[in-house]
Design a protein around this ligand. Structure first.
Ligand code: UD1
Ligand code: CA
Length: 489
């Protein structure tokens, strides 16, 4: 891979701005879409170009942004902008770090996250083929509000960029906007950036002024008009954050559909860029597939399901479930209404059913926890069936303890397992048992006091009620010998 590095390419990502319009304590470029920070998306696309240098300019909340950059792109160099404001100054401090570099500088904004590597790569190639000193990415938009306008001369060549706040009414009416993405020959930046002042409406050093200066000194400014303007959408406020988030998600959903996943409702399916779906996976509506989740072939996930860092095995079904850091085996069944917390490992052919919460527990092959249970800090062997309402009392107010259940154990309904406790292989427990002591292999554990029936209690103590009436009727038919005969003691 190192052989393919483009030694003539440096990428500068601008991420020093505060993002005032986000009204957030979090720096704008750290807000997330598709499971990744805005600046992380830009770094990911940039990395695919294999540039010789990647620099990220920071200032506002610099430590937070620098840490995020280090996490997403360990080889990127973080450069601090000084107190001189503006995109021009940001690029200037970056190229000062590359005194010997003579190639092309691709400038990207940390708040423009949807540009993909293929678009950037053909943008750089177009610049190199044209012989221009600078190439701008531009777009023709219905509403140019907030963007710099691209002013062309009589021949149609780019003359300069005017920021909205500095534009005349005539300039402001131009619908071709500067997307904020450029390739510069490095000497154009070294020549012109030091000469740019801050005499403008925002008292900032504008990177965009380089275009006009190149033109005034006889250089060529090229423009590459993108056909899909959505690629250049930037994030300045929370409304735009959700807009680009939705666009990114639509792209991700489409990608997995083309890879063979059936996704019924793209509008209500959210898939992080870090998740993976195999062919012949089916995703039903209202499903969130987040972080490093992987879903194997034949699995059916949803509806109304959220999976965070989960592994779903082949042909498993996961319905109406909330799961985090859980492994769901092949042919396993989860849901509806299951809550799988971190450390849940459900082996092949297992089942976690309705209103069941699990945490830090292994449920062995073919074992089932079908109804109304809490299973925490537990190891369950193979072929086990836990009766409805199984509860592990794993916490004694001081520490957590483990429950160990062997192979082929069947437990009665409404059991409490007071950990630490162990149920041996093949053992059984009675309904309502509170298991406080280990159960040996093959034993039947009963902990409930024998039931005592006080005959005739209702007729004696509740005479005249409907219950007493039906009871005496039932008792007389029983005596006659044709009613229900069942009697327990
Ligand atoms: C900029 C362009 C404008 C273009 C628009 C596209 C300039 C002067 N204007 O305007 O023509 O249409 O982008 O989105 O460049 N930043 C720094 N240091 C700074 C200021 C900004 O690193 O001192 C970073 C910001 O964090 C952001 C990017 O540069 O990632 C763009 O800054 P922003 O203030 O959003 O510029 P716009 O006003 O949108
Ligand atoms: Ca912006």
């Amino acid at each position: 891979m190192a052989d393919n590095i483009d030694e003539r390419l440096a990428v500068v990502i601008l991420a020093a701005g505060q993002g005032t319009r986000m009204k957030s304590t979090l720096p704008k470029v750290l807000h997330r879409i598709g499971g990744r920070a805005l600046v992380g998306h830009v770094l990911t696309s940039a990395a695919e170009l294999l540039p010789a240098h990647t620099l990220v300019v920071v200032r506002h909340e610099r430590d937070l942004v620098a840490q995020a950059v280090a996490d997403d792109a360990p080889t990127a160099v973080v450069v601090d902008q000084d107190e001189i404001p503006g995109t021009g100054r940001a690029v200037e401090v970056a190229i000062e770090r590359l005194p010997d570099f003579t190639g092309d500088v691709l400038v990207l904004s940390g708040d423009v996250p949807l540009l993909d590597a293929a678009t950037l790569s053909s943008f750089v190639a177009g610049h190199r083929a044209s012989g221009a000193a600078v190439t701008l990415m531009t777009a023709v938009v219905a509403d140019p509000n907030g963007y710099g306008r691209v002013i062309r001369d009589a021949d149609g060549g780019v003359d300069r960029i005017v920021e909205q706040k500095d534009a005349t009414a005539e300039e402001a009416a131009v619908s071709e906007i500067n997307a904020g993405v450029y390739v510069f020959r490095s000497e154009a930046l070294r020549t012109h950036l030091p000469t740019i002042g801050t005499d403008n409406a925002q008292a900032e050093k504008y990177l965009t002024d380089v275009a006009g200066l190149v033109r005034r000194t006889g250089g060529l400014v090229a423009a590459s008009v993108v056909s899909d303007v959505t690629l250049t959408y930037g994030v300045n406020d929370r409304a735009q954050l959700s807009d680009v988030g939705r666009l990114l998600n639509a792209r991700t959903v489409r990608r997995w559909q083309l890879e063979g996943a059936t996704i019924l409702d793209p509008a209500t399916t959210w898939i992080d860029v870090t998740a993976t779906l195999a062919a012949d996976v089916t995703v039903l509506p209202n499903t969130h597939i987040l972080r490093a989740t992987t879903i194997a072939t034949g699995a059916v996930v949803g509806p109304d399901t959220s999976l965070v860092d989960c592994e779903v095995g082949e042909r498993a079904t996961v319905r109406r479930t909330d799961a985090t850091l859980a492994v769901i085996g092949a042919d396993a069944m989860v849901g509806p209404f299951s809550y799988l917390r971190p450390g849940t490992y459900l082996a092949d052919h297992g089942k976690i059913g309705t209103f069941v919460e699990t945490k830090n527990s292994t449920i062995g092959e073919g074992s089932k926890v079908p109804h109304l249970s809490y299973i925490g800090d537990t190891t369950i062997g193979t072929g086990v069936n836990l009766g409805a309402g199984a509860i592990t009392a794993n916490y004694d107010d001081l520490t957590k303890h483990r429950t160990e259940i062997g192979d082929q154990v069947h437990t009665g309904s409404h059991n409490v397992f007071v950990a630490p406790v162990r149920i041996g292989d093949g053992a059984k427990t009675g309904a309502g048992a509170v298991i406080r002591k280990d159960v040996p292999a093959g034993a039947l554990a009963l902990s409930v006091a024998p039931q005592r029936n006080v005959e005739g209690w209702v007729q004696k103590n509740r005479s005249g009620t409907k219950a007493a009436d039906v009871a005496s009727r039932a008792r007389s038919t029983q005596k006659a010998g044709d009613g229900p005969q069942r009697q327990e003691g």
